[in-house]
Structures are given as structure tokens and as C-alpha cells.
Design a protein around this ligand. Structure first.
Ligand SMILES: *Cc1c(COP(=O)(O)O)cnc(C)c1O
Length: 381
């Protein structure tokens, strides 16, 4: 018997509260009971996104939310600024290309965070830029970009700031209204603790004025039509009913823990994970690490893919390897969503065993001990 342990940066574990709710007979989306549920979910999403504006729901993965943001903010002839420092930043460029939108890019080395000064310089040089597309937590490199600093720059211009917050919303502070972030995108299978299939998009007042005039082609992903229905607790098309039923439960869990406590928990778990892997003599890949996922350089003597494979096959532990040019060089351990201190200990224990099975010299317990020191220190604080 092998008990599965999931430390992937999506999908993440789903709590039984949500699983059981989703297992109940499916409600009809035009029935009063579902309208009441949607009203509660709308309010919960506003709290989570830290906005007073509506948060739109689409039956899509996070990438669908990203594509929706592009087609609802831009028109033919517009230009964009894209911040690229990993697979997900690059995705913004690919979506712009698909819609014939020319863009200037800021290319950040993998593992580094963008210098907000470069955004200010690029906008000064290209004031016609309609939108800046950025990642907040770059899941492929484990980097957290400083969106608050970037927002302070973009806020003073007519340009919109569109943020892929797919592994930052519900992980780290992202005060949409207070910071002045215009479009915030999240996905159900990350910190929202649900299966994949729901994209969530917050749109600022500044952005709505642009969205109402945007002329890129769209049909399903129409923000204006979706908001018109949502304010009446309806959806334009059949919504992802089961996932929204689950979302009611996970939003309740987040509310009862308290958003600031949720952020603190993620920071504590990631700090413990970082302490654990560094105590094993390993190096972190990210210079400004996101609390969502810890990216670790594989020891030079071991292929990172072998670590991922051994963890899965021998220990039932699923983590992620590196993507693209980082394949085999790094591995990534997520502590996102439904995660607590014991999860860190289990992951590090399996990692210690795996490393020694692959011939890496480490004393059993060294990583776990360092993690526990951090966990104890932070829970006493
Ligand atoms: C998971 C993820 C996405 C979206 O991926 P989907 O497979 O479309 O859900 C986008 N950006 C980031 C940063 C992610 O972590």
C-alpha cells in the first residue's frame, strides 16, 4: 500500500469538505438554491481578491482566464508590454502573438525577479502601451515578482496592469484595489484547493472602462456579458456547477482561517521547506522565492528527473521537475492550498530517503530538523 502525497504546484490536494460537497446531487444553475450559493461565492471572492468589483467565473483552466484577459482588454492595433521570466510569463507573449498583438518584452533570467525600474523605463519609452502582462508567482522558477512595486508605476499611467496570480492568490498578499492591479487571474486547482476547471478573473474599475470598448474577437470569454449575468447571481452559459459548489466550501475555510493567517501559514510552510532543503546542502533556484512552490537546484551529481521519479515510484510523493531548459536541473515542491506543517515534514522525509537512495550524501533527519526549528519558532511567535 502506498498513500499518495501531492506536492505539485497544481493540481493541489482537495479537502474533504469540498470533495463531499461536490459528491452531493448536482443542483440546477437556474434554481434558487444555486443563486443563493453563487451570491455567497461572489462575496467570498471579493474578499479573497481584496476588491469591491465583481470576480468573474469561467469554465476553463487558468490559461483560459489569461486568454480572456487579453481579448477583453485589447483591440486590434493595441500594443502590450510582457514580463517574461519563466514558462508562464512567456505564455502571455504567446497569447498576444496568437491575437496579433505586438509587444515589447522584459526578459528576466530564470530564477530572478523583474526589476520594477525596467517597467517604468519601458512605459516611459512606450507610453502608448495598452496593458502590462505579468506573472506574480512564476511557478516554473519559484520566483515571486514584486507586483505591488510594479502596480505603483502602472497606476500613474493610462496603461492597465494584468496579473497572472494563479499561484499567488490565496498564498501571498495581493491587494487588488489598494495596490491598483487591474486584472487578476486565478485558477481553481492551486491555492483554491479544488480540481482544475474554473478560471476566476477580477477586473478593476479602471479596467472596466477599457473592457467595454475592447474589440479583439471573443464569444465565450465576454467579460461584459458575464458581469451582466453575475450581478443577478446568474451566468451567461452553464457554469462549472460542481466546482462552484466546492468553491463555496473552500472559501468558507479561507474565511474562517482569516486571509492574513492563510498568508502567514504559506510563508511559514515555505520558510520551513527552504530551511529543510538548504540544511541538506541543496541550493534554492529562486532569488526571490514564492511561498507557493520551492524550486531547488538538483545536486550536480544527480539528474533532477530521477529525484522526481524516485519520489513518485518509491515513496508515493508527487512533486514537479523543471520545465524547458530547467528540465533535469531543478525540482519543485509546492506547499500551496490545503497544506500544513506535517506536509512539509513528510515531503522532506521522503526527499532525504530519495537523495540517499540516489547516492547523495546526507544524514537522515537533517532537513526535517531544520524545518521543525522554523515551524516551532514561527508557531511560538
Ligand atoms: C498553473 C498555472 C497557470 C495555468 O495553467 P492551467 O494549466 O491553464 O491551469 C498559469 N500561470 C501560472 C503561474 C500557473 O502556476
Amino acid at each position: 500500500m502506498k498513500k499518495p502525497h501531492l506536492y505539485a504546484p497544481g493540481p493541489t490536494p482537495v479537502p474533504s469538505e469540498a470533495l463531499l460537497a461536490m459528491a452531493r446531487p448536482i443542483p440546477h444553475h437556474r434554481a434558487p438554491e444555486f443563486e443563493a450559493l453563487l451570491a455567497e461565492v461572489r462575496a467570498g471572492l471579493k474578499d479573497l481578491f481584496q476588491t469591491t468589483e465583481e470576480v468573474l467565473l469561467f469554465a476553463a483552466t487558468g490559461t483560459g482566464g489569461m486568454e480572456a484577459a487579453v481579448v477583453n482588454t485589447l483591440s486590434p492595433g493595441d500594443t502590450a508590454l510582457v514580463i517574461r521570466g519563466g514558462k508562464f510569463g512567456e505564455r502571455w507573449g504567446e497569447i498576444c502573438e496568437a491575437y496579433g498583438i505586438p509587444f515589447v518584452s522584459i526578459d528576466v533570467a530564470y530564477g530572478k525577479a523583474v526589476d520594477p525600474g525596467l517597467v517604468a523605463a519601458a512605459l516611459a519609452k512606450h507610453p502608448e502601451t495598452r496593458a502590462v502582462f505579468s506573472t506574480h508567482s512564476e511557478t516554473s522558477t519559484g520566483v515571486l515578482h514584486d507586483i505591488q512595486a510594479i502596480a505603483q508605476i502602472v497606476l500613474k499611467t493610462p496603461t492597465l496592469l494584468v496579473v497572472d496570480a494563479i499561484t499567488s492568490l490565496g498564498v501571498v498578499d495581493l491587494a487588488m484595489d489598494a495596490w491598483g492591479v487591474d486584472v487578476v487571474i486565478a485558477g481553481s486547482q492551486k491555492a483554491l484547493m479544488l480540481p482544475p476547471g474554473l478560471a476566476l478573473v477580477g477586473v478593476s474599475r479602471k479596467a472596466w472602462a477599457v473592457v467595454e470598448r475592447s474589440r479583439l474577437p471573443k464569444y465565450y470569454f465576454d467579460f461584459v456579458a458575464e458581469r451582466k449575468n453575475l450581478v443577478k447571481n446568474q451566468s451567461h452559459f452553464t457554469p462549472a456547477i460542481s466546482l462552484i459548489v466546492g468553491l463555496q466550501q473552500t472559501l468558507r475555510m479561507i474565511r474562517s482561517e482569516g486571509l492574513q493567517n492563510v498568508f502567514r501559514r504559506h510563508e511559514q510552510l515555505a520558510a520551513a521547506m527552504r530551511a529543510g532543503v538548504t540544511a541538506l546542502g541543496l541550493e534554492l533556484f529562486a532569488e526571490r522565492p514564492t511561498p507557493a512552490v520551492t524550486a531547488v537546484n538538483a545536486p550536480t551529481s544527480i539528474d533532477g528527473s530521477a529525484i522526481v521519479k524516485t519520489l513518485r515510484e518509491r515513496h508515493g510523493v508527487t512533486i514537479a521537475g523543471g520545465q524547458g531548459s530547467m528540465k533535469g536541473k531543478i525540482f519543485r515542491l509546492a506547499t500551496m492550498g490545503y497544506a500544513d506543517p506535517s506536509d512539509v515534514v513528510v515531503a522532506l522525509s521522503a526527499l532525504e530517503l530519495t537523495l540517499s537512495e540516489l547516492g547523495y550524501p546526507s544524514k537522515p533527519g537533517e532537513g526535517i530538523r531544520a524545518a521543525q526549528v522554523v515551524l516551532a519558532g514561527m508557531s511560538n511567535a
